[in-house]
Every structure is written in C-alpha cells, then in structure tokens.
Design a protein around this ligand. Structure first.
Ligand code: BTN
Length: 240
C-alpha cells in the first residue's frame, strides 16, 4: 500500500526512498524527515537539512521512456511552486530546471529544490524518487531564503507538507490527463528565466531564453533566428 514514513532524523529521504523503490514499494510511498544528516542536492552537492525545513521524498512509477524522464522534474516543480504560492501567498517562482526561488529586490533567493533520482533496469525506467526540500524555517546560507517569514499566513510545517504533497499529486494527475503540453505551459508561468540572455556552448553570440520544450530542455533564441535546445547538464545558469 501507500506507506507514509516519518523520521525525526535520517541521512537522506531520497536515499531511503531509492532503497524502498528497489524493494518494490508502491507508487505514492512517502518519506518525510524533520532533519537530514546527509541530504542530497543536485549535481552531487549536499543539501543542508537542519530542523525547521521540509524534507520529503515520494516514490513514483511513471510510464516513461528513459529519454523523457526529465518531465517528472517539471511535473514536480510546477506542482510544488503552484501549491506553495497558493498556500502562503508568496510569489514562489521556478528557476530552471529545479530551483524554487523568490525575487528579493534584484536578487533571486532559493527557497527550495527538487532532486529526481531514477532506477533503471536494462534499458527501461523501473521507477523514480522525487525529493523535495523547502527552506521553511530552517537556518539557510546567506544567498538563500526561508519561506515562512514571507508567508501571509502563520503556518507550521504540517500544512506545508500537506500542500506540497497535494500539489505534487495534482500536477502528476494533470500530466496524465492533459499531457506534458499542459505541464510545460504551467511551468513557464513560474519561470524566472524568461527573457534572460545566455551564452550556449557551440553557438555564437548571446541568445534569449524563450521557454522550455517537452523534454524540459531550455529553448534559446538567437538574433539570427536560430534556436537552440539546451538540456540541464549543458548549462549552469547564474542567479543574475
Ligand atoms: C537542489 O539541489 O536544489 C535539490 C535539493 C533536494 C533536497 C531534497 S530534501 C528531501 C530529499 N532528500 C534528499 O536527500 N534530497 C531531497
């Protein structure tokens, strides 16, 4: 069945969820920790996970080709940004591909992130873990921000967790019912990078970000009318 596992302290909810996934846990199985000692961030980084933040992982078993796996991160990012915005009234936006950010003056401050991990068997996707970390009321580095002080409502962690899980579920259902096109257009409404000038390796001059495509690639338009599709591994965007 759909297990819900709550830990006071664990190394990483994603690590444990990957273990459960291997052992055959059902779709929807959720692990939540009040604190992580070895939280995993994207690009092999660590995710500092002191008490007060939200740290959870959900097991999903989508019918997806391996090449399309990035869609799952779009589904999660859109669902979580939308639900957190609605819950708190804060203007939570997305920085491609998987950062939840708040605009503070001319600066973007990270309030959360998503880390999707996959289990591959042979040449097919056997399942995935979507890990979500939200800086709610935990100590954060200077360049990041906490969401609780920006919330119009005084909330503790439980309703935030519930909203995040519901947002993920609703977006996942929307994806099944309406397809990736609907997720892409939803995601683009939260995308802070629109219009941003970027340089793309292998292309001359600067291009401008005009959106994302159905694989989650960034669409970059150049002055000569040419367009480039950039996958997350190819480009690291600064907090301009
Ligand atoms: C990022 O670097 O932006 C992604 C951060 C993802 C952190 C979450 S916290 C819950 C889950 N368990 C982990 O070890 N990482 C993810």
């Amino acid at each position: 069945g759909h297990g819900f596992h709550l830990y006071e302290r664990i190394d990483s909810t994603n690590r444990l969820a990957m273990e459960f996934l291997r052992e055959g846990a059902a779709e929807g199985t959720t692990i939540l920790a009040e604190q992580q000692t070895g939280g995993r961030g994207s690009n092999g980084r660590q995710w500092e996970s002191l008490p007060g933040g939200l740290y959870l992982s959900v097991i999903l078993r989508p019918q997806l080709k391996l090449a399309d796996i990035f869609q799952l991160t779009l589904v999660a990012a859109f669902g979580v940004a939308q639900s957190l915005g609605r819950l708190t009234g804060a203007d939570v936006r997305l920085k491609w591909p998987n950062d939840l950010v708040i605009e503070q003056g001319r600066r973007l401050a990270k309030v959360g992130g998503i880390l999707t991990e996959t289990r591959i068997q042979g040449d097919r996707l056997a399942g995935a873990v979507v890990g979500i970390g939200i800086n709610w009321d935990n100590p954060v580095p200077a360049e990041a921000a906490r969401l609780k002080p920006l919330s119009r409502r005084d909330l503790d962690l439980a309703p935030v967790a519930a909203a995040v899980l519901l947002g993920l579920e609703q977006s996942y259902q929307l994806w099944h019912q309406r397809g990736i096109e609907r997720i892409v257009s939803g995601y683009e409404r939260y995308l802070v990078n629109l219009g941003q000038a970027v340089e793309v390796p292998g292309h001359d001059g600067q291009g401008r970000i005009i959106g994302i495509d159905e694989r989650g690639a960034l669409r970059v338009l150049f002055l000569d009318g040419g367009e480039a599709l950039v996958m997350p591994s190819e480009l690291r965007l600064g907090y301009a």
